[in-house]
Design a protein around this ligand. Structure first.
Ligand code: NHW
Ligand code: EN5
Length: 388
């Protein structure tokens, strides 16, 4: 059934539930001298390239490959439309390797037809802090699908990760592969219900009129938590401390230091938004909320071409409830003209989803580790990791 994945060091379906297998790396590292020195073979018409995301031209080519060929929903009504600024941010975190930004071009025309990326990250699995690659943006042009190009891309990124002496990876996908460490549900909170219904993202509920629906999703004009403000550079140490303490409770979570927090969480217009609560009395940073911006192209609608979506990222509440904090995040997203606010049922998100009028979507997100076994699948609430 999975001719490629059966050959890889990942949890296999036949081993699900086998409690005799130990947690941890599936195979040991090999000496670097034994890592294949040459790239894997591609079909003859194609060549490997390393994509320089600093180059405006390369970034444009990656952007247009993904805009036209990346992830769609099950009914092909929407397609992710990561912005160029977002891609630059996602692919250039502290310690990134240019060699992990891998493209495939047609030799004759130089057209970019496939892409895969890794970025380094320290991920804690229970008590074990592991330096991993986060693999993302795997994309093969629609006209080159089902030719077994994806396994070659995955083997090539694996080889380049090994060359940096890293032996594990984390990735998410909407499809089931061998084998998820957890399966999460997408939830959606309408901010602009009229548009969402017009474009087929959501439907008018039974016995609901448009005006009742608009009223149902109305939010206050401004945030309610005293001391709620945008995060600034000088907040990095305090946010890092707050987040590290919070994430320590989850079975799988990033091990963020101050450099990581500055990169991943300092606000960047139309890429990542972060807010915090500074106590009006003590000036302590007590709460934190963030979301990233990932629009989707609306495929074949007369009136609209873009759906503006915010995705819940990392949130920590200590002085107020997570419910009130996330309500303020919804208010900010509404102020900034987002159409929908999306969240997974990870971390403590279940505590606010229903009350804040999120509804379950038709998509799931499966989390995976490469070359690291987990004894039993985790509950989404045991995951402290959000990938882009
Ligand atoms: S998930 C988003 C993936 N991208 C898309 O869905 C975009 C639209 N689709 C496409 O471009 C986020 C193509 O359909 C793709 C497959 C390229 C998906 N992950 O070439 P073939 C990520 O980027 C397996 C992993 O004929 P294709 C995470 C499939 O099961 N494997 O198919 C990426 C089959 O193998 P099997 C996937 O449709 C994580 C084989 O590919 C997959 O033309 C990557 C078929 O290949 C997916 N999303 O191209 C893994 N989709 O064994 C990283 C399909 O079942 C692992 N497949 O026969 C770690 C590496 C680093 C390790 C470091 C130590
Ligand atoms: C790697 N980092 O399916 C990511 N999205 O629910 C790759 N559905 O938007 C993995 N089909 O339910 C990506 N509206 C996997 C996800 C791929 C994209 C995807 C789903 C997630 C989605 C929407 C639109 C469905 C359109 C028809 C959806 C219902 C919203 C409704 C709002 C009101 C309250 C009830 C729910």
């Amino acid at each position: 059934k999975h001719k490629f994945w059966e050959t890889q060091p990942v949890g296999q379906f036949k081993d699900v539930g086998d409690s005799n297998l130990p947690e941890g790396p599936i195979e040991p590292p090999t000496p670097l001298s034994e890592v294949k020195q040459e790239p894997y073979n591609l079909p003859n018409l194609y060549e490997w390239v390393t994509c320089d995301m600093d180059s405006e031209e390369t970034c444009n080519e990656v952007y247009s490959l993904l805009t036209n060929n990346y992830v769609e929903d099950d009914d092909s009504m929407f397609r992710f439309n990561y912005s160029k600024e977002f891609l630059r941010w996602a692919l250039r975190p502290p310690g990134y390797f240019r060699s992990w930004h891998i493209g495939v071009r047609v030799k004759s025309s130089k057209k970019l037809v496939a892409f895969i990326t890794g970025v380094p990250a320290r991920i804690r699995v229970r008590d074990d802090i592991v330096t991993m690659a986060e693999v993302n943006f795997l994309c093969v042009h629609k006209k080159l699908r089902s030719k077994r190009l994806a396994p070659v891309m995955i083997k090539e990124v694996t080889r380049r990760v090994h060359l940096e002496n890293m032996w594990q990876a984390a990735y998410t996908a909407g499809v089931v592969l061998p084998t998820p460490i957890s399966t999460c549900q997408y939830w959606h909170r309408s901010l602009n219900p009229k548009k969402l219904i017009d474009v087929g993202f959501s439907r008018l509920g039974a016995r609901m009129t448009m005006s009742r629906t608009i009223k149902l999703y109305k939010l206050p004009e401004s945030t309610v938590t005293p001391g709620f403000r945008k995060m600034e550079l000088h907040d990095v140490p305090a946010v890092t401390r707050l987040l590290r303490t919070y994430l320590s409770q989850f079975a799988v979570a990033p091990d963020f230091d101050e450099n990581d927090v500055e990169h991943w969480l300092l606000p960047k217009e139309d890429v990542v938004d972060s807010y915090l609560v500074e106590s009006p009395e003590t000036h302590e940073i007590t709460d934190f909320s963030s979301f990233y911006t990932l629009p989707s192209s609306i495929l074949g609608n007369q009136n609209y071409s873009i759906l503006k979506a915010a995705y819940s990222y990392y949130n920590v509440a200590t002085s107020t409830s997570l419910l009130q904090l996330m309500n303020d995040a919804l208010i900010m997203a509404k102020q900034k003209d987002y159409d929908v606010f999306n969240a997974l049922d990870v971390m403590q998100n279940e505590s606010f989803l229903k009350e804040l009028k999120f509804g379950p979507g038709d998509g799931q997100l499966h989390y995976y580790l490469y070359n690291y076994r987990i004894k039993q699948a985790l509950k989404p609430s045991e995951l402290g990791l959000v990938l882009l």
